[in-house]
Structures are given as C-alpha cells and as structure tokens.
Design a protein around this ligand. Structure first.
Ligand SMILES: C[S@@+](CC[C@H](N)C(=O)[O-])C[C@H]1O[C@@H](n2cnc3c(N)ncnc32)[C@H](O)[C@@H]1O
Ligand SMILES: Nc1nc2[nH]cc(C(=O)O)c2c(=O)[nH]1
Ligand code: SF4
Ligand SMILES: [Mg+2]
Length: 236
C-alpha cells in the first residue's frame, strides 16, 4: 500500500481561494513539491523546514474524523503538490464512500488517474514571478482529461508580466472557468494590519487590470480570503 507524506491536517475552516471559495472544508496538506516558487506561502512542505508523517489513506480518514468530527462533508487536498502521490487515489475512494466531497490544489505538472474522481480541481499554473517555467504539454493533458464542470484554472498575479501570462493561459484553455488571485508578497509577516491593507490595495489593482482587459471578460477576481481573515497563520 502506498503511504502519503502528510504535513498537516486541519479544519473545518473555509476554502479561502478559487472555485469553491467560502465553502466549509477540511484540509490535508501533503509534503513534497516539484516546483520551488519564489513566493510559495507553503514552502515548509518542500524546503526542509517542515516534517511529514507517512500515513495510509485509512489513517488520514481517521484523523480527519478525530479533528473534524461530523462537522464536515468536504476535504481539500493541497501541498506541496498532492499529484506526486499515487496513494491519494485510495483516500478519494474512502471519502467518496462516505459521501464526502473532495477538492485538490495542484500546479498541473503531474497527472494521476485519481484526479478524475475529484469534485473540485484547481489547476494553478505559475506565472513568471514564481521563477518557474510552464510546460504547456503537461497542462494540455489536464485540459484534455478533466471535465469543465470539475476543474478550473487559477493564476496568482504579482505584476504586469504575470497578468499577461494569465491572459495567455485563459486564451489557451477557454473551456475551464478562470480565476485571478492576488499574490501575497510577504507570506511570513505577522503584522496583520499592514498585510491586509497591502493585500486589499493589490486586490483593487488586480480588479482594475481585469476590468480593462477584454480577455478577462469572463474571469473572476479573488483575494486569498483566509489571509484577509487570519493573516499568514498556519492551519486555518
Ligand atoms: C501552496 S499551493 C499548493 C498546491 C500546488 N502546489 C499549487 O501551487 O497549486 C496552493 C495555492 O496557493 C497559491 N499560493 C502560493 N503562494 C502564494 C502567495 N504567496 N500568494 C498567493 N497565492 C499563493 C498557489 O498558487 C496555489 O494556487
Ligand atoms: N483556508 C484556507 N484556504 C486555502 N485554500 C488553499 C490553501 C492552500 O494552502 O492550498 C488554503 C489554506 O491553507 N487555507
Ligand atoms: S507549486 Fe505550489 S507548493 Fe509548490 S512551490 Fe509553487 S506554490 Fe509552493
Ligand atoms: Mg495556502
């Protein structure tokens, strides 16, 4: 049986980003990533500063229940890149048997067949400011294999170059619902007041960019809601 490296399990909280923003959900955060985004807000999953526990799918379900009780019916799997782990297929299976819906956050660099069984898939290709290079042949696979009802694209934007990249992504994959997300430039500060005021300013900037762009006529522009509420706190 293939175990899953788990960094943290938390919730219930609300999904703070993307296609199911506001939805009550539990989170399972896996360890390991094939990217190293310059601004990653979860770098402890891959830079050696955090530690993971190898868990079976059954262990994870048991811990979700221990922490969340019966106060949840949706589980979001994030990371790191959860799509590195084959064993998540079993977890999806166990959760769906209990009528618990699932969501995944991934950058779209690795395919797993279990992705087809996920209710809400957020694919988040990375713009130039991340320092990562997009392999479009890999993203094409996601576009071809996933239904337009279950998946969406979300691009985090820090500057004008990122916005132009977001336009390219949206134009290349017009069938997927498209989300723009405000980038958090300081994912370590504990000065919540300054952070929130800065993020709201960036949100207004991103709204203005989207409003002025014909390409973005069908896009949704979102903040990271959890950051506005809890700042950079972990496990919320
Ligand atoms: C931590 S990642 C984990 C999942 C997967 N590796 C990915 O990037 O899609 C979850 C989401 O947080 C976003 N994110 C990471 N750092 C961020 C930051 N500093 N500001 C805004 N969003 C960020 C990512 O783009 C992604 O959409
Ligand atoms: N509330 C909340 N919403 C989130 N949406 C995506 C998250 C992530 O780190 O992947 C996240 C997170 O860590 N917390
Ligand atoms: S792909 Fe996701 S988890 Fe990996 S470094 Fe980038 S933002 Fe962080
Ligand atoms: Mg996060």
């Amino acid at each position: 049986m293939s175990k899953i490296p788990v960094m943290e399990i938390f919730g219930p909280t609300i999904q703070g980003e993307g296609m199911v923003i506001g939805k009550k959900t539990m989170f399972v955060r896996t360890g390991g990533c094939d990217y190293k985004c310059s601004w990653c807000d979860s770098s402890f999953t891959w830079d050696g500063t955090g530690s993971s526990t190898a868990m079976t799918a059954e262990d994870i379900v048991a811990q979700l229940k221990e922490i969340g009780g019966d106060q949840f019916s949706h589980v979001t799997i994030s990371g790191g890149n959860p799509a590195l782990h084959k064993g998540i297929g079993k977890l999806i299976d166990l959760l769906s048997r209990e009528n618990i819906q699932t969501a995944v956050e991934t950058q779209g660099t690795f395919w797993q067949d279990w992705l087809k069984e996920i209710t809400d898939i957020t694919i988040s290709p990375k713009p130039p400011s991340s320092g990562m290079i997009t392999d479009f042949t890999k993203l094409d696979v996601f576009y071809d294999r996933l239904s337009k009802e279950q998946a969406s694209l979300k691009v985090v934007v820090f500057d004008d170059t990122d916005f132009a990249y977001a336009e390219d992504i949206h134009l290349r994959y017009p069938g997927f619902p498209f989300y723009l997300q405000v980038g958090n430039e300081d994912a370590t500060t504990t000065n919540d007041q300054a952070l929130v005021s800065d993020l709201l300013e960036k949100y207004e900037w991103l709204i203005d960019k989207a409003v002025a762009s014909v390409t973005m006529n069908n896009a949704r522009v979102l903040p990271q809601l959890h950051t506005l509420v809890w700042g950079n706190k972990r496990g919320v």
